[in-house]
Design a protein around this ligand. Sequence first.
Ligand code: SAM
Length: 256
Amino acid sequence: MRHTGEATAQSLDSSQYSTASILHYESVYGEDFVSPGGYDMAMELISKLALEPGSRVLDVGCGLGGGAFVMAHEFGLIVDGIDLSKNMLDLARAKLSARGLQDRVSLEHGDCLKLDRPQHYDAIYSRDVFLHIHDKRRLFAVLYASLRSGGRLLFTDYCCGEKPWRQDFSDYVQDRGYDLYTLPTYAEVIAAAGFSHVTYRDLTKRFIDILQADIERIASIDLEEPVRDKLVQSWRGKLDRASSGDHRWGLFEAEA
Ligand SMILES: C[S@@+](CC[C@H](N)C(=O)[O-])C[C@H]1O[C@@H](n2cnc3c(N)ncnc32)[C@H](O)[C@@H]1O
């Protein structure tokens, strides 16, 4: 299916984030996660925020809640998770009650472009969500307004190399409806929204290592064969596009 413009809850839930697809992704990324590196990567990146227990954090595109649960349980943070996919949120809410973290984690269905919590958060954390969002200028303006002065932004996202891209990468980006930037352009857009101390790191090598380890692990996951074959094919495609230099993975940090 080809997408144009901003994703809606319906477009996400009926295609990339059908409940079956989410569960298949989770079987590869690890329990509670739908992003590269699962729990270990979340621990590493949340540690970088170095927040005091009790700090208020917004997890944009919280998915199944893995990042929010880690922030609350391991770091004593107070977390609001927001996600546009109802399927994700249904699964995340069941996990939240099973974990008993309701006093520290709230999960809300909604579009992060429509956030209205001025200067509310000490930090905003997001993992591989903004690829879905086309109006990046509005996105960073909204995030900037939601942070208290000096608040931290940390996110990872799919990025791209300079054009021209290989045809298979152009097709992939268009099929998914993604909106991808090179890392330096992304940093400029973040700074243009008012953020200071904008830094970025190209994590593509790490992404490739994670994809390779995932592919080896998929073989031993208890899945029906056609599902496993499809996942391997999808992961090999990502690995190939990342190895070509077209598909990059970026880590961005900034201060409001
Ligand atoms: C690749 S998943 C990552 C989920 C989670 N951050 C993680 O690390 O497991 C991307 C998530 O972004 C959410 N998303 C996409 N567009 C959004 C928007 N405009 N507002 C809030 N969430 C959005 C999707 O529904 C999906 O759950």
